[in-house]
Design a protein around this ligand. Structure first.
Ligand SMILES: [Zn+2]
Length: 196
């Protein structure tokens, strides 16, 4: 959004929220009115929306490791992205797997996020190798869950392995663990013939 003469350009985050349907009617109206009357922002908005829509392609190509919202998942599902969801809550081992026709696998991570402003989520194989790391995720007051999305194409490359998901929050100069979950990843399956 550089090289613009607009005194109040629309933030990219607002465009993503607009695309995902997360804004109120009034906020949508404000953005639409602005875009209709501002050539600079109309150009930026078109580019940013194309980028937001690109999330669908990115999810399918195996490059998405990110925190998403229910609104974004709903929008992706409406666009035909096939989403598999696992809920991580409490103790106990959660069985999981990825199937041939999955596009996106989402960990719905439920924890007590009270008294933390941000968290880091690290997902590791039993070997210790990281599957993904998402750092400095902002947590809103009262937030009860974080949705961590993975490209199924990436997970299909994993062996069957125990998977550890660790949620940490900054304390002083270090990090403290606020939640930990264990999944037993059975591997990649084909819908018709079973285990590959
Ligand atoms: Zn503008």
């Amino acid at each position: 959004m550089t090289d613009t003469h607009c005194p109040a350009p629309i933030a990219f985050a607002d465009v993503v929220d607009y695309w995902a349907g997360e804004l109120t009617r009034a906020e949508e109206d404000r953005i639409e009115e602005h875009v209709f009357s501002c050539a600079d922002c109309a150009r930026d908005f078109a580019a940013a929306e194309a980028l937001a829509r690109g999330i669908t392609a990115v999810a399918r190509e195996g490059r998405l490791h990110s925190v998403v919202s229910d609104a974004i998942l709903n929008r992706l599902a409406a666009d035909g992205v096939r989403i598999r969801m696992y809920t991580l809550e409490g103790a106990g081992i959660i069985p999981c797997a990825v199937w041939a026709d999955d596009d996106l696998v989402v960990s719905r991570i439920r924890a007590d996020f009270a008294e933390v402003d941000s968290v880091t989520i690290v997902t590791r194989q039993a070997s210790g190798e990281e599957i993904s790391r998402v750092s400095d995720i902002a947590v809103r007051p009262g937030q009860r869950e974080i949705l961590n999305a993975f490209s199924a194409a990436h997970l299909r490359k994993l062996p069957s392995t125990r998977v550890q998901v660790t949620v940490t929050a900054p304390i002083g100069s270090g990090e403290r663990t606020i939640a930990e979950y264990t999944l037993e990843h059975a591997g990649a399956f084909d819908r018709l013939t079973g285990r590959r």
